[in-house]
Design a protein around this ligand. Structure first.
Ligand code: ATR
Length: 294
């Protein structure tokens, strides 16, 4: 049976967005955004583009030439995009990475939706981060977005990292970011964690430790009690329950995975491109279907 009145999949009016990465085949963004366009009946489509680093400049020129409305940018291109767009938002500049490009006329504006997506995901689970004591594990690219977001809402942040110097550098860099914020840094080791953990109200794991396929890993040593009153936000979303999340729950703490941030960084991009409120639940279900969860 054919739905006679159905809109064709693509038309001469179709607005095109997509994602540039290398590799790109495991990205959940195409199903997530296409499900959203379909749910709202929008004549838009989202395409994956596998672009090797040496062709990035050409690809960005192609975004302009082909009249795409925007693109997402993922590993390994997020830093290189900083120099290839015409304007940067304060978030993209501070985080040092572009994950979303908005095409505005003939200008490309580089955004970073990770920080806003992180805050929305936190609020969605009922956590108000303003002024909270937060422990951030890791000091890489993902940590930069999290620290920028938390500094902006006046959190008291302690960054702990395996390589202490990286944590110190990150804390120094973001020290002036939020008027109310306070930043400290140290080594992700047993004595430091023992000292810092009890007052944490929020613990964010920004390291890849515990991610599939090395699911037995955890950045939290078994000998340190997880603070029972804290919320654990693990940026890992595969598996849906990491070993660290199990440790937190066993201690009586609440734990959420990184799916909410994945969905909300995408929802922020959708908002920027279309100016329409995204169907967040549709996007979440599309991700879950791809990831094989429920
Ligand atoms: P991303 O952009 O995903 O944050 P990254 O910039 O490579 O990736 O950063 C990875 C972070 O996870 C770093 O903070 C790293 O610690 P180092 O700075 O010491 O390398 C941390 N990390 C990675 N593997 C780790 C492990 N096995 N134990 C503890 N921390 C780890």
């Amino acid at each position: 049976m054919r739905d006679v009145g159905a809109r064709p999949l693509l038309s001469g009016h179709t607005q095109v967005v997509g994602v540039i990465g290398w590799p790109i085949e495991h990205s959940v963004s195409p199903p997530m955004h296409n499900a959203a366009f379909q749910a709202l009946g929008l004549d838009w489509c989202y395409v994956p583009f596998a672009v090797p680093p040496e062709r990035l400049r050409e690809a960005v020129a192609g975004v302009r030439a082909l009249g795409l409305r925007g693109i997402n940018v993922t590993v390994p291109h997020k830093q290189a995009l900083l120099a290839l767009v015409d304007e940067l938002t304060p978030a993209a500049r501070a985080i040092g990475a572009v994950n979303t490009v908005l095409v505005a006329g003939d200008r490309l504006r580089g955004h970073n939706t990770d920080a806003a997506g992180f805050l929305r995901a936190l609020r969605e689970v009922g956590f108000a981060p303003e002024g909270c004591f937060a422990l951030v594990l890791g000091a890489g690219g993902a940590a930069r977005a999290v620290v920028f977001a938390l500094a902006g809402v006046g959190a008291k942040i302690t960054i702990l990292n395996r390589t202490e110097e990286r944590a110190l550098a990150l804390a120094r860099e973001f020290a002036g970011c939020g008027a109310e914020a306070a930043l400290r840094a140290g080594s992700l080791d047993l004595p430091t964690l023992r000292r810092e953990a009890p007052r944490a109200r929020l613990v964010v794991n920004t390291t890849p430790v515990g991610m599939w396929p090395r699911v037995e890993g955890t950045p939290w040593p078994q000998d340190v009690p997880f603070p029972p009153g804290a919320l654990l936000f693990d940026l890992v979303y595969n598996p849906r329950e990491t070993r660290l999340m199990a440790q937190a729950r066993a201690a009586g703490a609440r734990a959420v995975d990184g799916l909410g941030m994945l969905v909300h960084q995408g929802a922020e991009a959708f908002r920027l491109w279309t100016g329409i409120e995204p169907p967040v639940e549709v996007m979440r279900q599309a991700c879950l279907q791809v990831l094989g969860g429920s």
